[in-house]
Design a protein around this ligand. Structure first.
Ligand code: IPE
Ligand code: IPE
Ligand code: MG
Length: 232
């Protein structure tokens, strides 16, 4: 792998947990549990490669429409994982930050999230943004409201970006979606304006080192033009 051309910011829509479980004859919940293991591996690998920002989609504002049992399981899994993984994250110099609407989450989960952010705030390796109760349209509307409240009517792109959850991260360079769907599902719509998109049929629980390398190699083969003329 050539290091010079690695993306600065990778985003991943961690999809396909349910279908993976079904294909194994297991309940959907088992897919989510294994999905957490995949995230741990991928975060470690990205950190080792020197990627500075990784943003992952864990729960969308639309995922509340799933059966209550699955939503409860996921909230519980998040809580247990964030409690359990702090030491490992610190060891791997991972700085965790949550993006999304926290107010809609339970007070105990909010507390654990705030603690994990605080406990990893000194970490200087990879920045891991975890999108939880995240919706891109909501983020844009909230930011527009905040700018208007400041009395700015003639605002710029960067004025708006300052109010995004991702205000401390650069734009996304590479968006990876496992699970076979070719859509964005309300994830980082603004931040991926010039991202390279990579889709794969591999379900997230099966997503391995090989799949990450394949996505990165694909990224390295792309010619990014940002609207200019290419070919030089
Ligand atoms: C992604 O996997 C995890 C979440 C949305 C929380 P899915 O649960 O969407 O898995 P599929 O798409 O049904 O296979
Ligand atoms: C996107 O996956 C959300 C997460 C991975 C957290 P979904 O499974 O919710 O997306 P759709 O419903 O297939 O578009
Ligand atoms: Mg899905």
């Amino acid at each position: 792998m050539k290091t010079g051309t690695l993306p600065l910011h990778v985003a991943i829509i961690m999809d396909g947990n349910g279908r993976w479980a079904k294909s194994q004859g297991l309940p959907r919940e088992e897919g989510h549990r294994v999905g957490v293991e995949t995230l741990k591996k991928v975060t470690r690998l990205c950190g080792e490669l020197g990627i500075k920002y990784l943003t992952v989609y864990a729960f969308s504002t639309e995922n509340w429409m799933r059966p209550r049992r699955e939503v409860n399981f996921l909230m519980d899994l998040f809580q247990r994982t964030f409690e359990k993984e702090a030491d490992e994250l610190i060891k791997n110099r991972v700085r965790a930050l949550f993006i999304g609407d926290r107010v809609g989450l339970s007070p105990s989960l909010q507390k654990i999230m705030a603690r994990l952010e605080k406990d990893t705030s000194h970490c200087d390796g990879i920045n891991l943004n975890i999108a939880l109760n995240y919706g891109s349209k909501q983020e844009i509307v909230e930011a527009a409201r905040a700018v208007c409240l400041e009395g700015k009517e003639d605002f710029s792109e960067s004025d708006l970006e300052e109010f995004f959850y991702t205000s401390d991260s650069p734009p996304v360079d590479l968006l990876i979606r496992p699970g076979g769907e070719m859509r964005l599902s309300n994830f980082l719509l603004w931040q991926i304006a010039y991202a390279e998109l990579y889709f794969t049929d591999v379900y997230w629980p099966d997503f391995a080192e090989y799949d990450l390398y394949k996505a990165l190699e694909d990224f390295q083969s792309r010619q990014r033009r940002f609207g200019r003329v290419g070919g030089e």
